[in-house]
Design a protein around this ligand. Structure first.
Ligand code: ZN
Ligand code: ZN
Length: 373
């Protein structure tokens, strides 16, 4: 029986009444079993082809209907016709096939995926002040850019392309290796034509037919106000140029904001520490606190305790999404003096008296008392 008249249902091991979902499931299972990269049996490739062919027909409602009615989908294949591997793969690379098996890539997207430029990643450092205001940055990027010389076509004279002689236009090459397990088949993208199946008739000297050349240039990035450490900006089409004018990749800019000297950020809020003397804390005071954009006046109420939190509305970071700003939280750090003058000791002693406290002997007093007995 020729490939064209195989029983596709038997190949996938499903009933003639199988649903689309059952067919898909059966295809994935069978394809995994007999994938030439994982199965070393001598007929793995042949079975793999049959499975693909069966799925190609049975997954397409109109092809399936025609097959059910006439036993073939292509009138020309009535006899001994046999699709070649290129047709069966339909432009898939092996990686693409695997991602299809495990739930990925749509058909037809693969050729574009192979010629499309890659995404590129860069980091940019900004200060917290810059994050609060927003800032424009120039970043130097080493990447492949479209070749000016040939207008990214890869051709020196516009004579176009011809079929690749290495892979016969399939964009991929099969290699056979004889091992003690049998013949191993591998399919790899054709390097000669970068898996496109086409070779440039007269390649551009500047880019050797690639349509893109390495370059170092500057990209201007607009960093929005409110951005936080670790956030990423995706600049569409600013990554690596595609092969011969294919779509460029994206540039992913990761913004880093190192810790600030005295402001700590949490979301859109800022936190700061404020040192207070015991008298400022006890009596209350107007304090200047350095904020993200200049000093902020904070009213400290009388009787403020260590760790009390005072909030200044709208003195935080701008919100990236939505409007307005977060708040500034000022944490009171009351500092007890480590050294006192004689006068200060006397005053604090009197103060203690007013609180009804017994004047307590200091350890030094007790030592003196003991020495003088
Ligand atoms: Zn060129
Ligand atoms: Zn080729």
């Amino acid at each position: 029986m020729s490939a064209g008249t195989k029983d596709h249902y038997a190949v996938l091991g499903v009933e003639r009444t199988a649903t689309e979902a059952e067919i898909k499931k059966a295809f994935r299972r069978k394809a995994r079993e007999c994938h030439p990269d994982v199965c070393s049996e001598h007929d793995a490739e042949e079975r793999f082809k049959s499975v693909n062919e069966a799925y190609d027909v049975l997954s397409d409602p109109s092809k399936r209907e025609m097959y059910d009615r006439y036993g073939t989908v292509d009138p020309r294949m009535g006899g001994g016709g046999r699709p070649d591997l290129g047709d069966v793969f339909g432009g898939f690379g092996m990686e693409d096939l695997f991602s299809v098996f495990f739930g990925g890539v749509a058909r037809g997207a693969s050729r574009r995926a192979r010629t499309q430029g890659r995404d590129m990643a860069v980091q940019v450092m900004i200060t917290l002040e810059e994050a609060a205001e927003g800032v424009d940055r120039e970043i130097a990027v080493n990447r492949l850019v479209p070749c000016d010389e040939c207008g990214a076509t890869g051709s020196s004279d516009g004579s176009g392309t011809k079929e690749c002689s290495e892979c016969g236009g399939a964009g991929q090459r099969r290699t056979q290796q004889r091992t003690f397990l049998g013949v191993m088949q591998t399919v790899a993208p054709c390097e000669r034509c970068s898996a496109t199946g086409q070779l440039i008739e007269s390649p551009c000297a500047e880019c050797a037919g690639q349509g893109r050349v390495p370059d170092r240039d500057h990209v201007s990035v607009e960093i929005p106000a409110g951005i936080d450490d670790g956030m990423q900006i995706r600049m569409r089409g600013m990554g690596e140029a595609g092969f011969r004018g294919a779509a460029a990749g994206d540039l992913l800019v990761t913004v880093r904001v190192p810790p600030h000297e005295f402001l700590h950020r949490e979301g859109s809020d800022l936190h700061a520490r404020m040192s207070l003397t015991i008298t400022e804390a006890a009596l209350g005071a107007e304090m200047e606190v350095p904020g993200i954009d200049g000093d902020v006046t904070v009213t400290v109420p009388a009787g403020t305790q260590y760790g009390d939190q005072l909030s200044v509305r709208g003195a935080g970071m701008p919100r990236l999404r939505g409007s307005g700003r977060g708040d500034l939280f000022v944490h009171a750090a009351v500092e007890v003096p480590r050294k006192l003058t004689k006068e200060q000791r006397e005053i604090l002693g009197q103060l203690a008296g007013t609180f009804g406290e017994e004047p307590r002997a200091t350890p030094l007093d007790r030592l003196k008392e003991w020495l003088t007995g």
